[in-house]
Design a protein around this ligand. Structure first.
Ligand SMILES: Cc1ncc(COP(=O)(O)O)c(C=O)c1O
Length: 366
């Protein structure tokens, strides 16, 4: 009795992908990135599904962290961009949120705060992405200030982020890794457990073992999708956790020369059968998906034809042997990669997943 457009989330796939990350970086800590509603998969439900094996979670802002706490998640939660205002520091310290410190005002605010509890910090270094982090030549001084502050817990994690770890042949990842290692070795004393290191995102966990260090920060791979554009032996073992499903709601036959949908941007060149599916850009299916983007109907690939509407798409089903109203449709999932759809739309799967609106009910299995 309801619209058949749903995102089915398979918790066993999430757990298997997490286990793969752990097996690739054994004896290190795997911190699931659950920001942006767990890349569209449902932040609280994903954190609950992975809670047993996750030592901590990563989010983009304190609002996300507070939502996890409210839902009963007890692990430390890292705020990947740190705080945006001073008043967040006390809340973070009380709530066992960990702070990335990546610029001077953030550092000053933490050192000056009057805290009841010391706070765990991650010190962000800019190794070449030039988005966040301190220049490597400032790290020694900043680390020393942090380690001598009673506001800061004794274990400090030195962190950085890769710009191009999905580029398997490119030089940038090695350069950033070398900058990171050199900076740490020359400026931060290793006295056992009091400093730890973290730089690996999904692509680095899967393909750059020298970058594994103490903490891994997997996002996209946990949701079962490869960050690479070509086959990669570890990434090929991932299982997509989301199946974005809908159903056929109308069928019609049209003559050669008839066009379909808004702006009439597709015209048949033969007698054609057109199926209408109840999913559109209001559900996160990209409006700029071009004619020919694959859609699975009864497990057979059929081409999208005509413009994506807010609530519907149209598909050429002329070559299907049989089709009926109510037949199942998959927009992406284990049998049709979100990366492939993203490629047709000149974007990345990350964007398609994180933009899925709440109108699409998430249904959890396993
Ligand atoms: C600092 C940081 N670490 C880790 C990740 C996870 O990256 P991925 O989803 O490619 O694994 C992100 C994602 O944006 C990030 O910003």
């Amino acid at each position: 009795m309801s619209r058949p457009t749903v995102a089915l989330i398979d918790r066993s796939a999430l757990r298997a992908n997490m286990a793969l990350a752990q097996s690739l970086a054994p004896k290190t800590q795997i911190m699931p990135m659950v920001k942006a509603n767990a890349y569209g998969h449902g932040m609280v439900q994903v954190a609950q599904a992975l809670s047993e094996k996750a030592p901590a979670f990563g989010v983009a802002c304190i609002e996300e962290a507070l939502e996890l706490r409210k839902a009963g998640i007890e692990q430390p939660i890292l705020l990947l961009e740190g705080t945006f205002s001073k008043d967040e520091i006390e809340v973070a310290a009380k709530s066992n949120f960990w702070l990335m410190i990546e610029n001077e005002p953030q550092k000053a605010a933490v050192l000056e705060a009057k805290l009841e509890y010391p706070i765990h910090v991650w010190l962000g270094i800019d190794t070449g992405m030039h988005r966040l982090g301190f220049p490597p030549d400032q790290v020694q001084g900043i680390f020393s200030q942090l380690e001598h502050s009673s506001n800061i817990c004794s274990t400090i994690v030195i962190a950085s982020h890769f710009a191009c770890a999905d580029d398997l042949g490119g030089p940038k990842t090695i350069q950033q890794q070398n900058t990171f290692k050199k900076c740490v070795a020359s400026t931060v004393p290793d006295r056992g457990t009091d400093r730890q290191l973290s730089i690996a995102n999904s692509a680095a966990i899967l393909a750059w073992p020298d970058a594994h260090f103490d903490w891994q920060r997997p996002g996209y791979m946990l949701y079962g999708n490869s960050p690479f554009t070509t086959a990669q032996v570890n990434a090929d073992m991932l299982t997509p956790a989301m199946t974005f499903k809908s159903a056929v709601i109308s069928l019609r036959n049209i003559s050669p020369g008839e066009s379909v949908g808004y702006t009439s941007n597709w015209t048949s060149n033969r007698p054609s059968s057109i199926a209408t599916i109840t999913v559109g850009y209001g559900d996160g299916y990209p409006r700029h998906a071009p004619n020919g983007t694959p859609v699975l109907i009864n497990n057979i690939r059929c081409p999208l034809v005509g413009r994506v509407s807010m609530d519907m798409i149209t598909v050429d089903v002329t070559d299907l042997e049989s089709i009926e109203i109510g037949d199942e449709v998959t927009l992406w999932g284990p049998d049709l990669s979100v990366n492939e759809i993203a490629h047709h739309c000149d974007t990345i799967g990350y964007e398609l997943l994180t933009r899925m609106p709440s109108r699409v009910p998430r249904t959890y299995i396993n």
